[in-house]
Design a binder for this molecule. Structure first.
Ligand SMILES: *[C@@H]1O[C@H](CO)[C@@H](O)[C@H](O)[C@H]1NC(C)=O
Ligand SMILES: *[C@@H]1O[C@H](CO)[C@@H](O)[C@H](O)[C@H]1NC(C)=O
Ligand SMILES: *[C@@H]1O[C@H](CO)[C@@H](O)[C@H](O)[C@H]1NC(C)=O
Ligand SMILES: *[C@@H]1O[C@H](CO)[C@@H](O)[C@H](O)[C@H]1NC(C)=O
Ligand SMILES: *[C@@H]1O[C@H](CO)[C@@H](O)[C@H](O)[C@H]1NC(C)=O
Ligand SMILES: *[C@@H]1O[C@H](CO)[C@@H](O)[C@H](O)[C@H]1NC(C)=O
Ligand SMILES: *[C@@H]1O[C@H](CO)[C@@H](O)[C@H](O)[C@H]1NC(C)=O
Ligand SMILES: *[C@@H]1O[C@H](CO)[C@@H](O)[C@H](O)[C@H]1NC(C)=O
Ligand SMILES: *[C@@H]1O[C@H](CO)[C@@H](O)[C@H](O)[C@H]1NC(C)=O
Ligand SMILES: *[C@@H]1O[C@H](CO)[C@@H](O)[C@H](O)[C@H]1NC(C)=O
Ligand SMILES: *[C@@H]1O[C@H](CO)[C@@H](O)[C@H](O)[C@H]1NC(C)=O
Ligand SMILES: *[C@@H]1O[C@H](CO)[C@@H](O)[C@H](O)[C@H]1NC(C)=O
Length: 671
């Protein structure tokens, strides 16, 4: 108090000078308020749909500079303004395949997938406070045109109404209008920005509502870019690949597209809607159905293939019991679904009176994860201790630079995860409300390929539960799947001449793959394996070898279980990404940062500038991506001609496989 008053006029003057100096900087924290160079067209299929887009320049380096890119927003009709952001990248070589990639959440941006998993480029450090991009060797644009969509509304660069606000990285809270810098926060931990409204009423609150917006969005995109709409007469069509909560987005969106095709086709040519010709649905570590997957939470904690005991067998038994007990997860989910079947219209118009019941069921099911959290390990990777900063979050810093925002034409800052969307989905009990297995079975019966891909170190949507989903889908699909799929054995996924990336069970259009040494974000962990599996699913080849097959009759052969054990790698040390502080920074780093200690380089906090890896690197700090000794081949798919021997492979060949030519001789048959 006394210190302040002695400051007098001098202090005030200094304050005035400082505020003038900082004014420009503060204003610059808000996103550009006018987007330039956007071309806006009205969709010929619906006058209420508008598409505004541009070619972004210099923000994503692709394998070939000739690859076309478009960024833009599709404005879709609805009870609130919806502007869905997309980033399109054409394939490296011409193909009719168009793949839509969706991340989960609900509320997570698909640009996480773009920059950290399957996209054409990744963010690399080119110097202190210099982030650039480099082409990703195993980007999925190697085999398909790629469309990344930020959905539901308000996620990533999607928005309802651009709204100025502030974000506190220590708590993760976002607020509109902007707040003053709290007394105990350095400016690096509290920033202004322009966001969506953050109003949970202005976004989808169910997967079905989100799906309707996406259908409209696709009508807009395909009418603006008909050259990327796969013709019906080609074997390669539209593919939808979705991760995590995508275990719900995938089945629901795909089913809706089929329904919409069927509904509007007879009304053509009067009605000019566009068919979405879905060829394949891929689900990557999807949480598809709690009723099927949740009993595997305790199992994964004690009976995983890494020999790691994550809770005591007694705790596991108790957790298992909470699933089955009256008023537990199973009981409440069934009550919710029974009520939904009786009362919901089945078209996204939910009956509000059962929202509470379905929300309680969600809470009861989430209880099964709680004992695991005590182990202090990441729910996305049992090998990683908390905080788990894998994969890199450099892209969050990159996307919040003015240069990138101007290049893509954004009026809003980038929001990696929007809590308002999560809140909206929780409020309706969307997590458990719909059974997804019948939808997947019905897609199979329509001839759509279904590829379930699960990294084997994930806990939250673990592969044991994923395998159970695959068996449930086969059973629900009836003959021939119900008999032939479970009878098909697990075959190795041959990734290249020296590496087996996992095992897969496939019959016809249905496959389930366990990917070795991968957490939740499979393509980030095992880029080459994830790419080959993806390419085989969309081309309809053998997921095991990449060979052309007769899909009507093909089945893999091998053991009935995919239980070969591997050794757990050491946990990496965390990198403290300031814009993802809550999830990535150790608490001592947060304390130091709050005291103003250390330095921030490229959005990462270090105790001293000498700790920045670039400080000691002789060349550029991006490491592997820079000046490789031999440049990688950036095109082509791999087809196995032999099963790799246990040479040069990073992980041991499963012990049940004795390679003989192209095939394994199963040790169980030899025994
Ligand atoms: C954010 O903007 C508000 C309103 O313009 C301003 O009062 C505040 O000082 C700004 N905060 C920061 C950290 O720049
Ligand atoms: C928003 O973007 C601007 C650049 O346009 C950046 O200076 C600011 O830090 C960003 N704010 C947030 C909260 O990310
Ligand atoms: C955000 O604040 C800046 C600075 O006051 C202003 O120029 C801009 O128009 C505001 N944007 C929105 C969307 O309100
Ligand atoms: C959202 O809608 C509900 C029900 O219509 C209303 O009670 C609530 O106040 C709204 N929330 C906001 C933030 O406008
Ligand atoms: C979900 O969204 C719909 C449509 O916007 C709205 O009518 C309904 O009230 C919302 N439900 C909840 C629980 O907020
Ligand atoms: C197509 O049919 C839908 C549903 O009947 C209708 O809402 C829409 O207006 C029609 N569009 C045109 C262009 O006729
Ligand atoms: C783990 O495996 C053992 C041996 O097969 C079995 O007895 C136990 O019930 C399993 N525990 C869980 C939680 O699945
Ligand atoms: C879990 O509980 C169910 C129902 O009581 C029981 O049938 C099953 O064997 C249990 N599983 C494990 C692994 O304990
Ligand atoms: C839900 O409905 C099914 C089939 O109608 C019935 O067997 C089951 O007992 C019901 N479960 C609950 C919890 O209401
Ligand atoms: C869904 O169906 C109900 C009852 O048939 C109807 O009132 C409602 O308008 C429909 N909603 C949509 C989005 O089609
Ligand atoms: C084979 O794949 C593994 C895993 O992706 C990779 O580490 C290895 O370099 C690849 N080998 C060759 C010869 O391409
Ligand atoms: C092995 O697979 C068979 C057939 O799918 C299944 O019945 C059995 O429960 C599995 N065993 C284990 C340990 O997972």
């Amino acid at each position: 108090m006394s210190k302040k008053s002695t400051g007098g006029l001098g202090m005030l003057l200094l304050a005035a000078v400082l505020s003038a100096l900082f004014l420009e900087q503060c204003l610059a924290q808000f996103a550009p308020h006018q987007a330039t160079d956007l071309t806006t067209i009205t969709s010929p299929v619906d006058p209420d749909i508008k598409i505004s887009y541009k070619t972004p320049k210099g923000v994503c380096t692709t394998a070939f500079s000739t690859q076309k890119q478009y960024t833009g927003w599709v404005t879709v009709p609805g009870p609130f303004p919806t502007n869905l952001f997309f980033w399109f990248v054409a394939a490296r070589e011409p193909t009719s395949a168009l793949t839509i990639w969706l991340n989960g959440g609900p509320g997570s941006s698909s640009l996480f997938g773009f920059f950290a998993e399957t996209g054409p480029c990744e963010v690399v450090e080119k110097g202190a406070d210099r982030l650039e991009t480099a082409a990703r060797e195993w980007g999925w644009d190697r085999a398909s045109n790629m469309l990344f969509i930020d959905q539901p509304n308000q996620v990533g660069f999607s928005y309802d109404v651009p709204t100025n606000g502030s974000t506190d990285y220590v708590t993760g809270d976002m607020n509109t209008p902007p707040r003053m810098l709290p007394a105990n926060r350095p400016p690096s931990a509290f920033m202004n920005g322009t966001f969506a409204s953050l109003d949970p009423n202005n976004t989808a609150n169910t997967t079905r509502n989100a799906g309707m917006a996406i259908w409209h969005m696709m009508q807009g995109f395909l009418s603006a870019f008909p050259e990327y709409n796969p013709p019906r007469d080609r074997p390669l069509g539209v593919n939808l690949f979705a991760e995590s909560y995508g275990g719900k987005y995938g089945p629901v969106f795909a089913e809706m597209w089929e329904e919409q095709n069927t509904k509007y086709r007879p009304r053509r040519p009067l009605n000019v809607t566009i068919d979405i010709n879905l060829a394949a649905l891929g689900i990557v570590n999807g949480c598809v159905d709690d009723l099927i997957q949740d009993p595997y939470y305790p199992t994964m904690a004690v009976n995983n293939t890494y020999g790691l005991q994550l809770m005591s067998p007694v705790r596991a038994k108790l957790a298992n019991a909470t699933f089955y007990q009256p008023g537990g997860c199973q009981d409440l989910v069934m009550q919710c679904r029974n009520a939904s079947a009786a009362l919901d219209a089945g078209n996204g118009t939910n009956t509000r009176s059962i929202d509470d019941l379905c929300r309680q069921a969600t809470d009861a099911c989430n209880k099964l994860i709680e004992p695991y959290l005590e182990a202090g390990r990441s729910v996305y990777d049992i090998a990683h201790r908390l905080p788990d900063s894998y994969p890199s979050s450099l892209y969050i810093e990159y996307l919040n630079s003015r240069a990138v925002q101007e290049s893509i034409g954004s009026l809003v800052n980038y929001t990696d995860t929007n809590a308002a969307v999560y809140t909206a989905f929780i409020s309706t009990g969307d997590f458990v409300r719909d059974a997804m297995v019948p939808k997947l079975a019905s897609l199979l019966s329509r001839g759509i390929r279904i590829g379930l891909v699960y990294g084997d170190r994930d806990y939250i949507c673990n592969w044991l539960g994923g395998e159970a989903v695959s068996l449930a889908v086969a059973s629900a699909a009836g003959a021939p799947y119900s008999r032939a799929f479970p009878a098909a054995g697990y075959a190795p996924i041959i990734v290249n001449d020296s590496y087996i990336g996992g095992v897969t069970r496939q019959f016809g259009n249905l496959s389930f793959s366990r990917i070795y040494q991968a957490g939740h974000f499979v393509p980030a962990y095992q880029p080459e394996t994830a790419f080959q599996v993806f390419a085989r699913i969309i081309t309809g080849t053998s997921v095991s070898t990449g060979e052309a097959i007769d899909l009507a009759a093909y089945n893999t052969s091998g053991p009935a279980n995919a239980t070969s054990s591997l050794s757990l790698p050491p946990s990496p040390t965390a990198t403290c990404y300031v814009r993802a502080m809550a999830g990535t920074c150790p608490s001592d780093a947060v304390q130091s940062l709050l005291k103003g200690e250390g330095v921030i380089i490229n959005g990462v906090w270090y105790p001293a500038s000498s700790a920045w890896p670039g400080a000691t690197a002789t060349k550029d700090p991006s490491g592997a991506s820079s000046s490789p000794t031999t440049s990688p081949t950036l095109t082509g798919l791999f087809t196995a001609t032999a099963t790799p021997k246990n040479i040069g492979s990073r992980h041991k060949v499963p012990d049940w496989c004795i390679p003989v030519g192209l095939f394994c001789v199963w040790s169980m048959y030899l025994a």
